[in-house]
Design a protein around this ligand. Structure first.
Ligand code: HEM
Length: 251
């Protein structure tokens, strides 16, 4: 049975259409495996080789990967939520209620998005602390730490901009308080608040601005920076293997 399945898999992999997409072809050799990674637009961001030690749970607690996992859930559930949500003052709150009472599995969808957002904020901080604790921020990984700080800010901004979208009392007043805090910044505070809200009050302009930031600008920027983050791990010599292994390399 297993051999029939293997033969079938080999046949698919040798097929002309398959080979036109995945050029590395069949084979279980290390060369084939590395070609498979190198020639894939997504996988080539990652290293072809990895130290066994860095793949163990103890090395990273998989916190970076889990953060990325929650980000993927957020993108998928976010796109589905966009099918039901209108960013307009008369409609936004009604859409939330429809998701709760009318749309099938709407509550599940909304809660999955909400809880994944909470989880991502928690995980991104935990990942940052783990990287710091291991000393993995030191050269040559210092630039990736800076990219990480940008990702941390983006995660927080994504959370904040999403908060206004339900257009309920909690959202309205949270953004009123948040934008007032921004206006306390010396010299340019007032301008910052104006830019953030698209006016002087939390109204339809602010809702539209937060919607575009939350659903378009910030997610695309985050995808770009995550890609740079992963690519840098490869360029910096893979995941930090720990003090003793790194010293061994230097010798
Ligand atoms: C959207 C947010 C983020 C995602 C999806 C993400 C993802 C990852 C992944 C998958 C790894 C490799 C495995 C691991 O170390 O867990 C990694 C490594 C790293 N991350 Fe992040 N990260 C994020 C945010 C951050 C933040 C906030 C910082 C620090 C300010 C940071 C700094 C680093 C550094 C320096 C490495 C290399 C560590 C090493 O080589 O062991 N990252 N990240």
């Amino acid at each position: 049975m297993a051999s029939t399945l293997d033969r079938l898999i080999d046949q698919v992999r040798e097929n002309r259409i398959w080979r036109s997409i995945f050029r590395s072809g069949t084979g279980e050799s290390n060369l084939h495996r590395s070609l498979f990674v190198q020639q894939n637009v997504f996988l080539h961001l990652f290293s072809v080789k990895a130290r066994k030690r860095t793949l163990e749970f103890s090395a990273t607690w998989y916190l970076g990967a889990l953060t990325f996992g929650t980000f993927l859930i957020l993108v998928i559930t976010g796109v589905l939520l966009m099918l039901y949500y209108h960013p307009s003052v008369p409609q936004a709150y009604v859409d939330m209620k429809d998701l709760q009472f009318v749309v099938s599995s709407g509550v599940f969808l909304r809660n999955l998005h909400r809880w994944s957002a909470h989880a991502m904020v928690f995980l991104v901080f935990a990942h940052m602390f783990k990287v710091f604790y291991r000393g993995a921020y030191r050269p040559p990984r210092e630039f990736n730490w800076v990219i990480g700080v940008v990702l941390l800010l983006m995660t927080l901004l994504l959370s904040y901009t999403g908060y206004l979208l339900p257009w309920d009392q909690l959202a309205f007043w949270a953004v009123t308080v948040g934008s007032n805090i921004a206006s306390a910044v010396p010299v340019m505070g007032g301008k910052m608040r104006f830019l953030m809200l698209g006016g002087t009050a939390v109204n339809a302009n602010a809702l539209l601005r937060f919607y575009v930031l939350h659903c378009v600008i910030l997610p695309f920027a985050a995808i770009l920076f995550i890609a740079i983050h992963f690519w840098r791990i490869r360029k910096d010599g893979g995941i930090y293997p720990g003090e003793s292994a790194a010293e061994g390399d230097a010798k």
